[in-house]
Design a protein around this ligand. Structure first.
Ligand code: FES
Ligand SMILES: [Fe+2]
Length: 344
């Protein structure tokens, strides 16, 4: 008898069904940590940055040199969006009826209301949890902090407290993609496709050394970089390694000598996502930076092409459920197991 392992993929409709997508927003993205970007987005005290994360309007602001706050960007009077652009404030005023809030989210003045009518303390902006790791800003709509510590302590432990403190933020490149966010994650989570889809990358990575490690809430893929083909910074490291971390659900950390590249896979709809690449380098040499970014762009375009083809195939009547390789797709299996846990 042929022994079959239970390694079925999640069913195809999970990649395009609107109800599944809404369930993911509610049960996964509303409860998980989101990477916003580098602290340098708000370098000065008072700098305030409005942004939307999974349809939720939020404000990030630097209250003190070492303190960053996050709030829902929603006025507590009648609920309008408070701020539209990045600016430095001492306090800010709602453009609708003029309520004024400070950087702690406290309501300073409720224009048009007597103090006997209401208590300002009852109308603070709704706050959101913030954490910083290696000068990167993360937020969580739920209350959890233990998950964050477990994951990032785990990553620090695994790569020996890599110090990114002298890395500088270069820029963000965003790619809108016509595929469900999980198609992109599935693809990222295996190196199985590298020899076929990424000819140039295949020359850089020593595919025979490719390893996947699974942890409770994150996974790591790593691979040796062939010295002679290394497009990254020439450091004194004798055996350079590329690390690819996936923090559930949608944060990717790509670490190579002299550079950190973070990816945020932002779900846009049941059939689309946008992937944001933030680049950090230890060098300021424009040539090295350009080479690295061009190289990443080539790989990304190859991934986009294949992900959009996968989405089309999955949406067709020609596919229901696939099979995950134990040896080559362990990261993908790990990701889908966590996903199922959240959704069931
Ligand atoms: S909605 Fe903001 S002051 Fe009225
Ligand atoms: Fe790829």
């Amino acid at each position: 008898m042929i022994k079959r392992s239970n390694r079925a993929t999640i069913p195809s409709y999970w990649y395009f069904d609107e109800k599944v997508f809404q369930k993911e927003l509610k049960y996964i993205f509303n409860n998980s940590w989101h990477l916003i970007g580098p602290e340098s987005l708000i370098p000065n005290v008072g700098d305030t940055y409005p942004i939307e994360i999974c349809n939720q309007p939020i404000i990030i602001s630097r209250v003190r040199e070492n303190m960053i706050n996050a709030f829902y960007n929603v006025c507590q009077h009648r609920g309008t969006i408070l701020l539209n652009k990045k600016k430095c404030y001492k306090h800010f005023q709602c453009r609708y009826h003029g309520w004024i809030y400070d950087l702690n989210g406290d309501l300073l003045k409720a224009r048009g209301f007597e103090s006997s009518e209401m208590r300002n303390d009852d109308f603070k902006l709704k706050s959101i949890k913030v954490k910083i790791w290696n000068k990167l800003i993360f937020i969580n709509f739920a209350d959890d902090t233990t998950y964050f510590e477990r994951v990032f302590d785990g990553i620090d432990k695994r790569i020996g407290n890599v110090d990114f403190s002298n890395y500088h933020y270069f820029e963000r490149v965003s790619y809108p993609i016509k595929c469900n966010w999980k198609v992109y994650l599935d693809n990222y989570l295996e190196g199985f496709h590298i020899p076929l889809v990424h000819k140039k990358l295949s020359k850089v990575l020593d595919y025979r050394s490719y390893e996947t490690e699974l942890y409770d809430d994150f996974s790591l893929q790593w691979c040796s970089i062939k010295d002679e083909e290394n497009p990254y910074l020439n450091t004194s490291i004798s055996k350079p390694i590329a690390y690819y971390f996936t923090v559930f659900p949608n944060i990717l950390l790509n670490i190579a000598p002299g550079r950190l590249q973070t990816n945020i896979v932002e779900p846009k709809s049941s059939k689309t996502c946008t992937v944001h690449f933030d680049y950090f380098f230890s060098t300021i040499d424009k040539e090295i930076i350009k080479e690295d970014m061009n190289f990443s762009d080539t790989i990304q375009r190859e991934d986009i092409e294949i992900c959009e083809a996968v989405q089309k195939g999955i949406e067709s009547n020609g596919y229901n459920v696939g099979q995950i390789s134990e040896k080559n797709e362990a990261g993908l299996h790990h990701f889908q197991s966590i996903l199922k846990h959240y959704l069931n």
